[in-house]
Design a protein around this ligand. Structure first.
Ligand code: ADP
Ligand code: MG
Ligand code: ZN
Length: 608
């Protein structure tokens, strides 16, 4: 509305200027004395006129005493004729010098064209002005397809994050430093025939520092860094997301070498073909466009796509295929040492009392993420301020733990001494079983830091990609799964809910052995049940029963048999190696997390 008013005023002014110009022109004509035709005839008869110049309808008259006058001729009739009509003396007329001048062509054309042209000009001006307004963003209708990526400049002083501000996550930092090296110095790698990765996926629980780490890379990389959140691709209109993706990559290519960061990738990268509705269509198109772009750029074109997600399980397999996000960096929840460092980082520049003991706070907070810990320090300073203190005390820190726990995001619980012991034996049971059997993958990590519902976890990673799994592998796997349960039973003569998830997994695996893989000796190589994948409602799998009750009973018996075999193996092994079990559990209670190398050393160590 404001713009319309402004436009109107401008148009009005233009009119004023044009009309003023015209009046000025005609006003000038008035100044030279104007006479009528009858006056002219009179003067001719009196022999006062020397010369008449005819210019169109205009007569420029010069008298004998050199005075200039003007008159208008009648249209369509020649001058002599109209003069005759006014009663001129033909003899006297002969004495007058009459010249005929061509009418000015330019003026004639201007006179013909201007009346049409001026309105056109005004309309054109209007349109141009409105378009300019739109471009400036007053009307966003034309800028939908542009990506909303923010460009981080390394010199950006405010909110600058460096690797120093990120505690722990040593492996992740190393990997990312290598990626930066790829961008800065590609020849070094390509000379040796190495293919530089196209995509790097940061995977980790919420609050483990994925976004933080990406921002640190932005300031350390020294290359342009485009950051965009996955949800920003999704708009009300279908097709916007893919247009934005195209725009994002185009901009990045112009600025290569460059890093492109897509935060919360799962907002767009979910598996295609599941879910209903328009938003889902849109997501699919956006995802397709990302895949196309990733295939589009050459491996060494100087663009690396960085993405972060806390739900790698829901990502479309096409994204995870080699050649796309071929590198995955897992960000773990911080262990004791890292928790202490995070607390230290976040209390920098805050007045901490001399008695603060970060180690104690770290010990009390297994399972807390970096974000939780940052929150603890913040809550502590709020608490201290409320108490009108000048410094943040250990008491405030301690109280904040509970505050963060009982807050809206209750994620974990403080382990009591007894709980910690049970968790340690449970995980030690898994780990020891894993190390004792021959068809298993090496233990990567044992930890009693709570994760989700489980009080701890034992991470095993295959040394090579495996597509076929053997029966003996499954049987060992069942024994490892039963290891936690068995250890609890053996040591405490009691079972906790901590083993529930293991039992569920074991039952599921055993059932698959019998009904899908035909690995039961009694039932033989037959599959049971028709499996059907349902598109909607996630990836639910329905099994239709196509066998008799009698077979069903046998299946249940076989499943129970498989699980019991696993339990017996675990029991036998753990009783045999009870001292080793104690040793591992003790180490776990002390350190909370044992890495692969340490675990291997521990297994070789003599038991006292
Ligand atoms: P997410 O993994 O969910 O993206 P963020 O990167 O947003 O998590 O982390 C949230 C906040 O938690 C950060 O801004 C930072 O203050 C804190 N934080 C998380 N991890 C760390 C860490 N390793 N070192 C220091 N601060 C951390
Ligand atoms: Mg994040
Ligand atoms: Zn377990």
């Amino acid at each position: 509305m404001k713009y319309l008013l402004k436009n109107l005023i401008i148009v009005f002014l233009v009119f004023l200027i044009i009309s003023g110009f015209f009046t000025l022109l005609s006003g000038q004509a008035e100044k030279t004395g104007k006479i009528s035709l009858s006056q002219l005839v009179e003067q001719i008869n009196q022999e006062k006129i020397n010369k008449i110049n005819i210019e169109g309808d205009k007569l420029n008259i010069e008298t004998k005493d050199n005075v200039k006058k003007e008159a208008n001729k009648e249209r369509e009739i020649s001058l002599t004729e109209s003069l005759k009509n006014y009663g001129v003396d033909p003899e006297k007329l002969k004495l007058v010098n009459i010249e005929i001048k061509e009418e000015s062509q330019l003026l004639f054309w201007l006179g013909a064209v201007l009346p049409f042209f001026i309105p056109l000009l005004i309309i054109g001006f209007f349109l141009w002005y409105m378009f300019k307004g739109a471009q400036r963003g007053t009307m966003q209708a034309f800028s939908f397809g542009r990506s909303r990526a923010k460009l981080f400049s390394p010199q950006d002083g405010k909110n600058r994050v460096t690797f120093k501000d990120v505690a722990g996550l040593k492996e992740a930092k190393e990997e990312l430093e290598e990626i930066v090296e790829f961008l800065k110095n590609p020849q070094k790698f390509t000379q040796l025939g190495a293919k530089i990765p196209k995509g790097v996926l940061l995977v980790g629980a919420p609050g483990t520092g994925k976004t933080l780490l990406a921002r640190a890379v932005a300031s350390e990389a020294g290359v342009p860094f485009f950051s965009v959140s996955g949800s920003e691709f999704i708009e009300l209109f279908v097709g916007v997301g893919s247009a934005r993706t195209r725009d994002l990559f185009q901009t990045a290519k112009k600025n290569a070498p460059a890093l492109v960061f897509i935060d919360e990738l799962d907002a767009i990268g979910r598996q295609r073909g599941v879910g209903l509705g328009g938003a889902h269509e849109e997501r699919e198109q956006t995802l397709n466009q990302i895949l196309v772009e990733m295939d589009g750029f050459e491996p060494n074109s100087g663009i690396i796509l960085l993405a972060a997600t806390n739900r790698p399980d829901v990502l479309d397999p096409a994204l995870l295929r080699p050649g796309r996000f071929d590198r995955r960096i897992v960000l773990d929840l911080p262990d004791l040492k890292d928790r202490e460092e995070i607390l230290r980082i976040h209390s920098r520049g805050k007045p901490m009392a001399k008695n603060t003991n970060f180690t104690e706070i770290a010990e009390r907070t297994p399972g807390f993420s970096g974000a939780d810990l940052a929150n603890i320090v913040n809550e502590a300073s709020i608490l201290a301020a409320r108490r009108n203190k000048k410094e943040i005390d250990q008491d405030e820190l301690r109280e904040s733990i509970e505050k963060v726990l009982l807050g809206p995001e209750r994620k974990s619980h403080i382990l009591s001494k007894k709980e910690k012991e049970i968790a340690a034996y449970h995980e030690a049971g898994h780990a020891l079983m894993n190390a004792s059997l021959s068809h298993t993958d090496p233990v990567q990590k044992v930890s009693i830091i709570a994760r989700g519902a489980a009080a701890g976890y034992t991470l095993k990673l295959p040394t090579e990609d495996r597509h076929l799994h053997s029966r003996s592998g499954f049987i060992d796997e069942l024994a490892v799964l039963m290891g936690g349960y068995t250890a609890e039973k053996l040591v405490f003569d009691e079972i906790t809910t901590g083993a529930a998830n293991d039992l569920e997994k074991a039952s599921d695996l055993a059932r698959r052995l019998v009904t899908q893989y035909g690995m039961s000796e009694k039932l033989g190589p037959v599959t049971f049940g028709e499996r059907e994948e349902l598109g909607f409602m996630g990836r639910e799998i329905m099994t239709a029963k196509n066998y008799s009750e009698e077979i069903a009973l046998q299946i249940d018996k076989e499943v129970a048999q498989f699980i019991d075999n696993g339990f017996q193996t675990a029991k036998k092994t753990l009783i045999e190696k009870r001292k080793k079990l104690d040793q591992i559990a003790k180490e776990l209670i002390k350190k909370e997390t044992i890495e692969r190398k340490e675990f291997e050393r521990l297994m070789k160590r003599k038991v006292k």
